[in-house]
Write a new protein. Structure first.
Length: 172
């Protein structure tokens, strides 16, 4: 039985290497990836947030009124507390998308779209309909498709017309 674990390790190693390469290629779009800046930012309604998942993946959502609206892996769109957003993930911090000066990038209409979808079911698919696609659909309904966090970064940067600086969320 060690061979499946070997392949799993090889696969996770390849994912980690791919994530590192994507970070380096997107330096003009993302000035600070999650965990690279220690300067925190006060979170605002309609802000895009994320946390780490086992050092290889990122999970994203939209902040509204003290909760994070997310697409859960079972397909349920739900509002969760910051603590629940981090539960069962390796990250211990929530990061918020900011501009180069640390101003939170927020779109209240995106937040309202996210709230309107709470308790909706959306068939979750890791490649075609994941948390990043949910966030994009709230920012720009019906426009574009993303699978990876790096692709979401590009879309968020375009939406706000700014380079991104992911900062730890203050007071969360």
């Amino acid at each position: 039985m060690p061979i499946p674990f070997l392949w799993l390790g090889v696969g996770l190693g390849a994912l980690a290497a791919g994530k590192h390469l994507a970070r380096e290629r997107s330096r003009d779009i993302v000035l600070h990836h999650p965990g690279e800046s220690q300067q925190s930012a006060a979170i605002l309604n309609g802000a895009v947030v994320c946390c780490g998942v086992f050092g290889v993946f990122d999970h994203s959502g939209i902040w509204m009124d003290g909760s994070i609206i997310e697409l859960n892996g079972n397909g349920l769109i739900r509002a969760v507390s910051p603590q629940r957003f981090l539960a069962n993930r390796s990250g211990d911090k929530i990061f918020v998308a900011c501009d180069a000066d640390g101003n939170v990038l927020a779109d209240l209409q995106a937040g309202e779209r996210a709230v309107a979808r709470v308790f909706e079911y959306s068939a979750y698919d890791l490649m075609r309909n994941n948390c990043h696609q949910f966030v994009l659909s709230c920012l720009t309904p019906g426009v574009g498709h993303v699978t990876l966090f790096n692709e979401l970064n590009i879309s968020v940067s375009r939406h706000f017309g700014q380079s991104l600086s992911w900062r730890p969320a203050f007071g969360v």
